[in-house]
Ligand binder design. Structure first.
Ligand SMILES: NC(=O)c1ccc[n+]([C@@H]2O[C@H](COP(=O)([O-])OP(=O)(O)OC[C@H]3O[C@@H](n4cnc5c(N)ncnc54)[C@H](O)[C@@H]3O)[C@@H](O)[C@H]2O)c1
Length: 313
């Protein structure tokens, strides 16, 4: 009896050791694959047949992304709460002979997002690239932010991502084809003064995207045809960041919205899972800053003295 259990235990131990060694091999393979993709990026994919829905296309990075995807031949679904500015974006696309459709929608309203999905599918077709871009950034100390402001921030920056996913992911899953893009921020990788709720919301975006990747990859249906990209911009000159504070302007300058959109569209086309704007910041924050003890990272940040100052709305 004892001998039997001993044999079973030895067999289990041997199989565990083999499983562990196989996992180590696969982990190292993925590390090498990541490094290789950094050195030799994959060819950008063709998006000319894709239907790209972007939220927040009325201004800033959203508008610039819409223009760029349209120039690549994609059909653009422009979604914004502001019908006038959204229409302007669609007109810019049409002037360049691109394909654009406009929909006014407050993405914080789940029912409205569900209706939007139904309408877009009926009128244009299945959305294959979803870009969750709409966002706001109140910038002042936490104790000066009202309950209403904080709830609205979380509704736009976090919950809207979940509503659009629930609305547009099912058709991507049915076809095992699609791409989800989310706008996090540098403030989703490190804490920044005057941005306490905003930082929380942008960390949440990264959490949502990471958990979604695991959920899709773990699924027995193996949804590897659905790609995910999370973008963490530093500071983009759209007016969102009203009082940027940058000590070393040559090293860390404000990026023009068009330049940011170029980098985002390129990352999407190369199926990059997560990157920053500019991309080199991603490596320094993720692989150097985030490995430092918290207080050491804080001292380093104090030296860099980069962030946003509080402002009245
Ligand atoms: N600009 C930056 O420096 C910066 C840095 C990091 C991350 N980001 C992120 O990038 C994204 C785009 O930023 P931006 O600077 O282009 O912003 P922006 O203010 O220029 O444009 C945001 C757009 O979203 C729309 N919008 C706001 N609330 C909405 C709602 N409830 N429903 C539908 N549309 C809504 C606005 O009308 C506007 O057209 C945001 O998620 C932001 O947090 C920006």
């Amino acid at each position: 009896m004892n001998l039997f259990y001993l044999r079973v235990n030895i067999q289990e131990a041997i199989s565990l050791v083999f499983e562990f060694l196989w996992t180590l091999i696969k982990v190292n393979y993925e590390i090498l694959r990541g490094i290789w993709k950094m050195i030799v990026p994959p060819e950008p994919k063709d998006v000319s047949n894709e239907i790209v829905l972007i939220t927040g296309t009325g201004h800033g990075i959203g508008r610039e992304m819409a223009l760029r995807f349209a120039r690549l031949g994609a059909t653009i679904i422009c979604v914004d709460i502001n019908a006038t500015t959204n229409e302007e974006t669609a007109n810019l696309i049409k002037q360049e002979k691109g394909k654009a459709h406009t929909y006014q929608c407050d993405v914080t309203n789940r029912a409205a997002v569900m209706q939007l999905a139904e309408k877009v599918t009926r009128e244009v077709g299945d959305v294959s690239i979803l870009v969750n871009n709409a966002g706001i950034m109140p910038c002042k100390p936490l104790l000066e932010q009202t309950e209403q402001e904080i709830k609205l921030l979380n509704d736009i920056n976090i919950n809207a991502n979940l509503w659009t996913l629930q609305a547009f992911l099912p058709s991507m899953m049915a076809r095992n084809h699609g791409h989800i893009v989310a706008m996090s921020s540098m403030a989703g990788m490190m804490g920044i003064r005057n941005l306490v709720p905003y930082c929380g919301s942008k960390y949440a975006v990264r959490g949502i995207m990471e958990a979604l990747a695991v959920e899709l990859w773990d699924d027995p249906k193996d949804y590897k045809g659905i790609k995910l990209t999370t973008i963490c911009p530093y500071m983009v000159d759209t007016g969102l960041c009203k009082k940027p504070r940058i000590r070393f302007e040559n090293l860390m300058k404000l990026v023009a919205p068009g330049e940011a959109a170029d980098m985002i569209v390129d990352a999407v086309r190369r199926d990059v899972i997560e990157t920053s704007i500019p991309p080199e910041l991603h490596y320094s924050i993720r692989y150097i800053h985030n490995l430092l003890p918290f207080r050491a990272a804080y001292v380093w940040n104090t030296f860099l003295n980069t962030g946003v100052d509080a402002h009245e709305d």
